[in-house]
Design a binder for this molecule. Structure first.
Ligand SMILES: Cc1ncc(COP(=O)(O)O)c(C=O)c1O
Length: 315
């Protein structure tokens, strides 16, 4: 996966050149991981480029900052508008948007409060996270030997850079052992989430996902899936999931902004269901991609069109 350079990055309210978006090595974030960020997708819909659930991502960014006493000096509306301007300025259609608020250069002690908060928004073209083929045929994953952080250690409701040291361990271990992704258990051994995705299981037509208290990120795609399931009359619930449910479930799928909705073929080399994409996963996928491609009406107002200049209340 190569990072595709674009012309401009937004920094604290102004556009700067891609190559000028640099920080000092002694910025607080470098030593201590003190940043909160988002990953947002812009889809090339039938109505033009549109950012998916932009407001919810920017609200989560604000929430992540709030948890860490990191005040982001821009409102949700301003961040939404800046994201739309960014994609338009870079003349992209389908792309990934990365908002990040970090503790910058100023003080080198652990206390971050003397360091300035720097806010950046970048975007670039990005394809399927786990590969095109994965969307149809699914991926082989493992249960990681690494757990997600225990409650009251690193808050998992915040999408904070430091959490991704744990995600890196999960992801590298999975890759080293020949899997495409790893799922981590929480501190009590219940299913939590993937290194960068939430997880769902389907049993006898009922869809379930671990509650946030099992150290899972409040994923925006997770919320999307639950909403779509309700629409499709598929029973859906948050429920604690024992590890072995991953092996005996009819279907398992991962979801996230990057991974979208990715079926699971096997867990720990144990075949899940038929060993390929199951019917419930396909139904959710089809509904998801119909909305993100603009072929079905955007009935929840989840898409913010890039071409349209939107003021307060932008979605
Ligand atoms: C650890 C983790 N869990 C879940 C998700 C899915 O969240 P979302 O659907 O908001 O992208 C992500 C991706 O951001 C993630 O990094």
């Amino acid at each position: 996966m190569n990072l595709q350079k674009t012309a401009k990055i937004w920094h604290n309210g102004k556009f700067i050149d891609w190559d000028d978006a640099k920080i000092h090595v002694l910025s607080h974030v470098v030593s201590y991981g003190s940043a909160v960020f988002e990953g947002v997708r812009c889809y090339n819909t039938a109505q033009g480029p549109a950012i998916f659930r932009l407001r919810e991502h920017m609200q989560r960014l604000q929430n992540s900052g709030h948890i860490y006493r990191l005040d982001i000096p821009f409102t949700v509306d301003e961040l939404c508008q800046a994201s739309l301007d960014l994609v338009r300025t870079n003349n992209l259609s389908a792309c990934y948007v990365r908002p990040i608020a970090l503790r910058g250069y100023g003080d080198i002690g652990v206390d971050p409060t003397g360091c300035p908060v720097e806010v950046y928004l970048a975007c670039w073209e990005w394809g399927k996270y786990l590969g095109e083929e994965a969307m149809r045929n699914g991926v082989n994953i493992c249960v990681s030997s690494w757990n997600r952080p225990a409650p009251n250690t690193l808050p998992q409701m915040a999408k904070a850079a430091a959490n991704y040291m744990n995600s890196q361990l999960i992801r590298m271990e999975a890759k080293a052992n020949g899997y495409q992704e790893g799922i981590a258990l929480d501190v009590n051994g219940y299913v939590s989430e993937g290194s960068g995705e939430n997880v769902f299981v389907v049993v006898n037509g009922s869809v379930s996902t671990p509650p946030l208290a099992n150290s899972a990120l409040p994923g925006i795609t997770r919320d999307t899936v639950m909403t779509l399931c309700r629409d499709l009359d598929m029973p859906v619930a948050e429920q604690m999931i024992p590890r072995e449910m991953l092996y005996v479930a009819d279907e398992v799928f991962l979801c996230g902004t990057a991974a979208e909705i990715t079926p699971i073929r096997s867990v720990d080399r144990i075949k899940v269901g038929s060993g390929s994409r199951g019917p419930a996963t396909k139904r959710v996928q089809d509904e998801f991609f119909s909305i993100t491609s603009g072929t079905k009406p955007d009935r929840y107002g989840w898409l913010s069109l890039v071409g349209v200049s939107a003021g307060a209340g932008v979605r």
